[in-house]
Design a protein around this ligand. Structure first.
Ligand SMILES: C[S@@+](CC[C@H](N)C(=O)[O-])C[C@H]1O[C@@H](n2cnc3c(N)ncnc32)[C@H](O)[C@@H]1O
Length: 272
């Protein structure tokens, strides 16, 4: 296992994303997650491939017009706005970063979507919403920053209505990471304040959180390598974002060949 010993602290994750928000994220169209490529179309730009991952996850929610959706760890709101426009659902995004919430709110107003996509500063470990208040929940690459996955799942179950669906993506160790690749993974986990999941934990964890397992899909082949390849070709320097004096910081290029680092897409449902 390559999980670092440190458990993420939400306030620190919030400050990390405040710093990231100060950078120009336009190159990624505002989405802060991996792209999704069908196996023969690797040249699709990351910005479009990232929207595709959002769409794939949205489709798994089976939304209807007027549904209330919770976006847990919403970034600067690009996925929430896209979901609202594509489905006619109302999306409430939460983030632990106050600057992301300010930016997401500005962007939604500028896009004329302030009524359809709303944003609020909150910690996913203690969701500030009543029981049974959402028809669906989505968490795109956010749960790996949270100190206790099971507690987050339990909170999401609480705020979902019976029958409501959850879809999330998470990073996991597909196979033991070889010693020569471990430093690159450790830098990624340290600089982005993350832990890696163990996919075999998910089904029992869902059960303890009161959610019904629907599907677990390894989407690594469609997402990870292509994203790190495209990130490594981009001009954007992320070093100033990391709160570390370390000589060596996260490098997308160093992650390209780490085939053991995976991404998983999970769908679950609150029992009726
Ligand atoms: C990699 S970004 C993904 C953002 C967005 N889902 C997207 O795909 O564009 C991770 C997000 O999770 C949020 N996050 C991390 N820990 C959180 C917590 N404890 N409570 C709420 N949001 C959190 C971060 O603030 C950030 O918005």
């Amino acid at each position: 296992m390559s999980n670092p010993t440190t458990i993420p602290v939400p306030a620190e994750v919030g400050l990390l994303y405040d710093r990231l928000t100060a950078l120009d994220t336009a190159a990624q169209g505002g989405s802060l997650h991996l792209g999704y490529w069908d196996l023969d179309d690797n040249e699709v730009p990351l910005v479009d491939a990232a929207d595709r991952l959002t769409d794939l996850m949205t489709d798994a929610l089976r939304l209807e017009k007027g549904h209330q959706v919770l976006d847990v760890g919403c970034g600067v709101g690009q996925p929430a706005m896209r979901i609202a426009v594509r489905t006619g659902a109302h999306v409430t995004g939460i983030s632990i970063s106050r600057d992301q919430i300010a930016r997401a709110t500005e962007l939604a107003e500028a896009a004329g979507l302030a009524d359809e996509a709303e944003f609020r500063h909150a910690d996913a470990m203690e969701l500030p919403f009543p029981d049974n208040s959402f028809d669906a929940a989505i968490a795109i690459e956010s749960i790996f920053h949270m100190p206790d996955r099971e507690r987050v799942l339990s909170e999401i179950r609480r705020v979902l209505r019976p029958g409501g669906r959850l879809v999330l993506t998470d990073f996991f160790e597909r196979a033991p990471i070889p010693a020569d690749k471990q430093p690159a993974v450790d830098r990624l986990l340290r600089d982005f304040i993350m832990t890696l999941a163990r996919p075999e934990d998910y089904v029992p964890m869902l059960g303890r959180a009161g959610l019904r397992f629907v599907e677990l899909r390894d989407i690594t082949e469609q997402s990870v390598r292509q994203t790190f390849e495209q990130m490594s070709r981009s001009e954007q320097d992320l070093d100033p974002v990391f709160d570390e004096e370390a000589d060596e910081k996260f490098s997308p290029a160093a992650m390209i060949d780490v085939d053991e680092f995976g991404s998983v897409l999970l769908t679950a449902q609150k029992p009726v």
